[in-house]
Each structure stands twice: as structure tokens, then as C-alpha cells.
Design a binder for this molecule. Structure first.
Ligand SMILES: *Cc1c(COP(=O)(O)O)cnc(C)c1O
Length: 432
């Protein structure tokens, strides 16, 4: 059936958008192009992508080094199956990842999206324990306020109340939820285990550690679960407790990976190497969907030397060469680039420019870490206010829950960043 609806009406009538009411999708900007930090709308207007298109486009949109690598790859080998076959893009990207990741994380499983990389990590943890004779270790521990994706197993470790998946509670496996680490990154770390929150983990592991396969967390920064920055010492303590109870530790660095916190990985910031790490989002600099789950030799060979031998997972588009090419180019930019200088400058400027929002009515906190800036409101912020303001201020923001936040591309200029911070402060004024 053909349709004579206008583009915008067809979109409203037929296309699902993420976390948007399909019966009443509300207004939508139609984007016709993008370059650097700028998005162009069909009305010719431009706006700064202060979201990095959901935290991915760290080098900006349509970066020439990434697009030319992808173009060359399309002309050579856009795709080939990865079963029994391999190719240079997968190998070259693997070399770069092994070089960047904390020592010991060097067995790479490529997959299609962040949620899938979480599924793979959780499955790896369970299969590792089966392989080592612990068939009962099939449950997971996590902390409140987390977000790990939208697929089934990932949903089971998202915050059970505020995690967007509360609706499915009855259909999800029950996992073990610990309180969110209450000590923030800006506070002093108390050694007392009750005060620092590690007593709760210790108690859980003593009582139920023999059934727990892994502790999965977003290290230091909880993203879509509330933009919360907790103390990295919690992770050190948690790692030691997990080791004592033969529980693996999974870091979901899909949001924090590749420089976002001002450190290459939050694992570096914490000085903790997990057993499994999930990577996604900025892996291709936001040019194409891709992800990876990386583990240690011990976990990989534990699975490999078991009766099953093979790890029971293998996506059709595993290690897609086009995505690998984008990943190589993006990681090369990180290797040569001055992401450290850029994220430090963004952090400093955001601290200065967002601080005035602290005293506004309705604002309960202002916090900044690396290239992440947050104004937390007492009340719920309607994303439609930001939607309308984007045309006026020229800044694309997408607040959620109580948070007006930005995660700009690292290449943003000081002038452009000032436009973002003033748009955020304006929104806070409007939202109170
Ligand atoms: C975005 C995100 C995911 C899910 O990634 P998708 O690519 O959307 O499936 C998982 N974990 C964290 C921490 C994320 O930020």
C-alpha cells in the first residue's frame, strides 16, 4: 500500500521512535544532515547535538577520517560471515582494543549493539561457571539506579523501579539489587564498610554468593538510570569481595568507555580491572551500530576447556567489517587526538558555567565529570520543553526524568559549549 502522507505525517503514523508514544508521538525535528557538532533540520535551521546522538559521536558527526575509512571498506568488503572466516578490519580493531584496555582484558567478542554486549557478558559469566563446575551460579547482583539495555537479560539488571522496565517485573528473572553506592565521587571515602556501602555487598555474597555468577555495574557513572557519579573506591572494595566469593565482575562501559569521563575507561579511573567489560556507543564514533564484550584469558579459556567448548553465541553480523573499519578510525583518532585535553577543558568550562544553576529554584544538584554535565531538578523534566527550545536556542538536549544533561562531542568549541550550558541553565529556569 502506498501512502501520500507528507514525510512528517508518515513518520507520525507509521514509525516507532524510542520511548515515544506511538499513538501520540508529539513533535519531531526532521534532520537532513550533520557535520561536526551541528545537526541540520529540513527547515534549514541548525542546532548543536549536545547529546552526541546518545553519547556516541565523540569526534563529531561525519568525521572525514571515519567516513573515508568506511567508504574504502564498502568498496572492498562490506560484510562477510565471521564463522570460519576472518578479516583485517576485525584484527586491526582487536589490536587497538587490546592496546587500550586495562591489561588482562584481551579476549574480544564483537556484537551488534550495547544491549547485546550485555547479554553476551551475562551469558559468558554463566557459561564460565558451568565450565568450572558451578552450575548453581546463575543469578546476578547489581546496584540500584543502573541501566544496562532493553533486551531481556539486560532488563533484569536495570533498576527494578526507575529503570524503565518496571512494567515487565513479572516476566523478568529476579536478581539481587544492592543500594546504589551512597558515597559520591566528590565526597571523602569512609573506611567503615557500613558507611561506604560495601557491608551490603559483603552480606549478600556471604548469604548467596554460591548462586551468583557476577556483579554487573556501570563503573563510576550511572547513565540512563539517573546520571549519578559514585565513588570509585566502592569498585575496588567490590572487586575484592567478588574475588573472595568466586563472583565475576562485569563493567558495563557502554556509556563511560572511550574518554567520556576524562579517562579512557572508568576502569582506569577506578584502578580496577573487571573480568568482563562491555563496550558500545562511542566505539565507532557514532557512525554505525557496533559493540564488543571483552574478557580475560582465564574466563575465555575456562569456557574453551569445558565440555561444551564453544561459547554458545554468534550473531549473524558478528565483526561486520564496515563497523570494524569505523571503529579502527575512531580509535585512531583517540590514539592521536587530544581527547584528554579536550575533555579536561570541557569539564572545567562546564563546572564554571553550570554552577550558577545550583541556586535556581527547583534545582537540587549540579554535577560535572569529564564531558558529562548534569543539572538535576527536584521535579520531572518534560523533554518536550527542550524539544521546542532547540529551535530557539540552537541546542539539542534531551532531558530525562529529573535530569537536564549534556554529553557533547569532544571537539566542541568553547563558544559552542557556552551555548549548550546556557541552554541548560535556561531549561532549568523554565522547568522549575
Ligand atoms: C546505552 C547503554 C546500553 C544499551 O546499548 P544499546 O546500544 O542501546 O543496546 C547498555 N548499557 C549502558 C550503560 C548504556 O548506556
Amino acid at each position: 500500500m502506498t501512502s501520500d502522507l507528507s514525510s512528517r505525517d508518515f513518520d507520525a503514523a507509521h514509525l516507532w521512535h524510542p520511548y515515544t508514544n506511538v499513538a501520540d508521538p508529539g513533535p519531531m525535528h526532521l534532520i537532513t544532515g550533520a557535520e561536526g557538532v551541528w545537526l541540520t533540520r529540513d527547515d534549514g535551521g541548525q542546532m548543536i547535538d549536545a547529546m552526541s546522538s546518545w553519547w556516541c559521536t565523540i569526534h563529531g558527526h561525519r568525521h572525514p577520517q571515519i567516513t573515508s575509512a568506511m567508504t574504502a571498506q564498502i568498496d572492498t568488503l562490506p560484510h562477510v560471515m565471521f564463522g570460519g572466516l576472518t578479516h583485517d578490519p576485525a584484527i586491526e580493531l582487536g589490536r587497538k582494543l587490546v592496546g587500550m584496555l586495562p591489561d588482562g582484558l584481551d579476549r574480544i567478542f564483537y556484537c551488534d549493539s550495547g544491549s547485546v554486549s550485555v547479554e553476551v557478558a551475562m551469558k559468558m559469566a554463566v557459561q564460565y561457571h558451568i565450565a568450572t563446575g558451578h552450575e548453581d551460579k546463575v543469578e546476578f547482583a547489581t546496584i540500584r539506579g543502573g541501566y544496562h539495555g532493553d533486551t531481556w537479560k539486560a532488563m533484569s539488571v536495570c533498576d527494578p523501579i526507575n529503570g524503565m522496565h518496571g512494567l515487565f517485573r513479572g516476566a523478568l528473572q529476579i536478581q539481587h539489587f544492592l543500594p546504589r553506592p551512597s558515597v559520591t565521587i566528590d565526597q571523602d571515602w569512609p573506611e567503615d564498610p557500613v558507611g561506604n556501602g560495601l557491608a551490603a555487598l559483603s552480606k549478600l555474597l556471604i548469604e548467596k554468593g554460591n548462586r551468583i555468577a557476577a556483579l554487573i555495574v556501570e563503573p563510576v557513572v550511572q547513565g540512563a538510570g539517573g546520571m549519578y557519579f559514585y565513588h570509585p573506591e566502592w569498585l575496588k572494595g567490590a572487586k575484592a569481595l567478588c574475588e573472595a566469593h568466586d563472583v565475576l565482575m562485569i563493567f558495563d562501559e557502554i556509556a563511560t568507555g572511550f574518554g567520556r569521563t576524562g579517562h579512557l575507561f572508568a576502569a582506569d579511573l577506578a584502578g580496577v580491572t573487571p573480568d568482563i567489560i562491555c563496550l558500545g556507543k562511542a566505539l565507532t564514533g557514532g557512525h554505525i551500530s557496533f559493540a564488543a564484550t571483552v574478557t580475560s584469558r582465564e574466563v575465555a579459556h575456562g569456557i574453551g576447556n569445558s565440555e561444551a567448548g564453544v561459547f554458545m553465541h554468534g550473531p549473524t553480523y558478528m565483526a561486520n567489517p564496515l563497523a570494524c573499519a569505523a571503529g579502527i578510525a575512531s580509535l585512531s583518532l583517540l590514539e592521536q587526538g587530544n581527547w584528554q585535553v579536550q575533555t579536561a577543558a570541557i569539564e572545567e568550562q562546564m563546572r564554571a558555567e553550570l554552577e550558577p544553576a545550583r541556586t535556581l529554584p527547583g534545582v537540587c544538584d549540579v554535577r560535572v565529570l569529564g564531558a558529562i554535565g548534569v543539572i538535576e531538578m527536584e521535579g520531572w523534566v518534560d523533554p518536550r520543553i527542550a524539544h521546542a527550545k532547540a529551535v530557539e536556542t540552537g541546542v539539542w538536549l534531551r532531558p530525562f526524568a529529573h535530569n537536564i544533561y549534556c554529553m557533547p562531542p569532544f571537539i566542541i568549541s568553547p563558544d559552542e559549549l557556552s551555548r549548550v550550558t546556557s541552554a541548560m541553565v535556561d531549561l532549568a529556569k523554565g522547568a522549575a
